[in-house]
Design a protein around this ligand. Structure first.
Ligand code: SAM
Length: 258
């Protein structure tokens, strides 16, 4: 899959693409990331990419012309029969979540547009942007961090990227975990500041460990994200033993509110 990133700060991506468990996905082009700077498509001595907003007010707005030339160069380079989707990172879009990441990670890629300043001229958005994605209800200085978040989440879902095949399936929100939160994790030392590792994890008994992990996921999800539990139940993903465990939690006053 191929992602073309339109950014005024391509240098932000260079270290990101070179470190961590996802590095090989980028290096081998399993997830092929190409960086494009709209300034390279701007005209004049100053290579302007922004200008003052009509109607006044603070800040600058990204000019449509350099963005359009940049996008046309990307489309020519991708040479696809059908234009790739153009994602704009913006507080306006739906919040990025696991189903969206899973969808992008199963597709051929996209063009990612990182806004800066007050944002992008609306006429460019109306003409070319096919999707808007938000990282959350707060404002960042640019779309680069959300773009890296999407690329990282997509890369780790690619087969073989994580050392332990299938380990992403044990992560929070994954359908393999029925969309629940992941359980807590422990490592050495066995006792740290008088807190011992839970006995079940030290038992060496695989089935017992699995039950403990499932129950921890259920309890944590019930406490922190009850709506995920309701979704799992509605989708028929909770077993009778899950329900019995949750009934026990509710009886102790630790279950989710209906
Ligand atoms: C300073 S922000 C512009 C904010 C805009 N004036 C507003 O109030 O919605 C500059 C750029 O950062 C990116 N950005 C900011 N917050 C974001 C968020 N929560 N999710 C995704 N992108 C965001 C967008 O690309 C945006 O164009």
């Amino acid at each position: 899959m191929r992602f073309d990133v339109i950014t005024l700060f391509p240098e932000l991506f260079e270290p990101f693409l070179k470190v961590g468990v996802t590095r090989r996905a980028y290096e081998t082009r399993l997830v092929d990331v190409r960086l494009w700077n709209p300034r390279d498509f701007a005209e004049g001595n100053y290579r302007r990419v922004d200008d003052r907003p009509f109607g006044g007010g603070p800040g600058m707005v990204m000019l449509p012309e350099p963005l359009e030339r940049c996008l046309m160069a990307i489309r020519a380079d991708r040479a696809e029969a059908e234009a790739a989707p153009l994602l704009l990172f913006s507080p306006i879009g739906p919040r990025l979540d696991h189903p969206a990441v899973a969808q992008w990670s199963a597709g051929p890629g996209a063009v990612l547009l990182c806004g800066r300043y007050e944002g992008v001229d609306q006429r460019f958005i109306d003409r070319y942007v096919t999707h808007q994605i938000s990282l959350g209800d707060f404002v960042l200085s640019g779309g680069e961090v959300p773009a890296m978040a999407l690329l990282d989440a997509v890369a780790r879902l690619q087969p073989g990227v994580l050392g332990d095949e299938g380990s992403h399936q044990q992560d929070s929100f994954n359908p393999a975990l029925d969309g629940l939160l992941d359980c807590p994790h422990y490592t050495r030392p066995e006792v740290w500041r008088e807190a011992a590792v839970p006995a079940a994890l030290m038992s060496g008994h695989h089935a017992q460990i699995q039950v403990w992990r499932r129950q921890q996921s259920l309890a944590l999800t019930a406490q922190e994200r009850p709506e995920l539990l309701h979704q799992a139940r509605a989708a028929g993903r909770l077993s009778p033993s899950d329900e019995a465990f949750l009934d026990g939690l509710a009886a102790k006053g630790q279950g989710p509110q209906p």
